[in-house]
Design a protein around this ligand. Structure first.
Ligand code: DX5
Ligand code: ZN
Length: 210
C-alpha cells in the first residue's frame, strides 16, 4: 500500500503576523505544517528561523524545509524549537549521511530535498535511511511560481524504488498539478499560495486531496 495523501501547507504565504490563527483556519484539514527556512545565501530570499517554529501552537507535525547553507549548524536549534521533520538540501552539504544521522540522533524524522536541476539518482544511496524525500517543482526561494513538469519523472523513479516512503512535492501545487503529482507517486503535497490565497481554503485543500 503506497502511503496516504498528506497535505502540508507552507506558511510562507499566510499572514505571518497572525500565524496561529492562520494555522487554525485550516488545521483540521491538514497533516503537517511546512516551514520554509531561507538564509539569503543558499537562496536569494530570507524568511524564518527557529523562533518562528517555537511560536507555532499546533499538534500537527512541523516540517522544516531548510534552504540554507551549512545546515549542520542549525539542525539542533530547529529540533529544539519543535520541528518534527527536518529536510535539508542535497546541494547544501558534502555529507548527507552525517546530517541524516544528526537529525535522527535528535529523535526527528530526516528528509533530503533536491532542486529542479539535480539528478534524482544522487538520492539512491540514502533512500533506506530517510523518512522523506522532497522533490522541488520550482527553483527554491519564492512562493507563487509555476510548476516544473520535470519533477514528475523524478517522482516516478523514486516511487518505483521506495514504495513506502513519504515523497513530497513542493512548488506550484494547485488542484491540477496535484493531480499530476499524485499520479506520478507523490503523497505529500506542499502548497503555499494556492491554499492561503484561496477564497475558500478548506475547499482548496479538499480539491488537493480528491
Ligand atoms: C519555495 C518553497 C515552497 C513555496 C511554495 O522555495 O520551498 O514551499 O513556499 O509556494 P507555492 O505553493 O506558492 O508554489
Ligand atoms: Zn518548501
Amino acid at each position: 500500500m503506497p502511503p496516504s495523501i498528506k497535505i502540508a501547507p507552507s506558511i510562507l504565504s499566510c499572514d505571518l503576523g497572525n500565524l496561529n490563527n492562520e494555522i487554525k483556519s485550516i488545521e483540521n484539514e491538514i497533516d503537517m505544517i511546512h516551514v520554509d527556512v531561507m538564509d539569503g545565501h543558499f537562496v536569494p530570499n530570507i524568511t524564518m528561523g527557529p523562533c518562528i517554529v517555537e511560536n507555532i501552537k499546533s499538534k500537527k507535525e512541523i516540517d522544516c524545509h531548510l534552504m540554507i547553507e551549512n545546515p549542520e549548524k542549525y539542525i539542533e536549534s530547529f529540533a529544539k524549537a519543535g520541528a518534527d521533520i527536518i529536510n535539508f538540501h542535497f546541494e547544501a552539504t558534502k555529507d548527507p549521511l552525517k546530517l541524516i544521522h544528526q537529525i535522527k540522533s535528535l529523535g526527528k524524522k530526516a528528509g533530503i530535498t533536491i532542486k529542479p536541476k539535480t539528478d534524482v539518482k544522487v538520492l539512491d544511496p540514502y533512500l533506506k535511511e530517510l523518512d522523506m524525500i522532497l522533490v522541488m517543482s520550482v527553483e527554491p526561494g519564492f512562493s507563487g511560481q509555476s510548476f516544473m513538469e520535470n519533477s514528475l519523472s523524478k517522482i516516478k523513479y523514486l516511487r518505483s524504488k521506495a514504495p513506502n516512503l513519504d515523497i513530497q512535492i513542493d512548488g506550484g501545487i494547485n488542484d491540477q498539478t496535484a493531480e499530476l503529482a499524485k499520479k506520478a507517486g507523490a503523497n505529500v503535497l506542499v502548497s503555499a499560495s494556492y491554499i492561503f490565497k484561496a477564497k475558500d481554503r478548506i475547499e482548496a485543500i479538499k480539491k488537493l486531496k480528491e
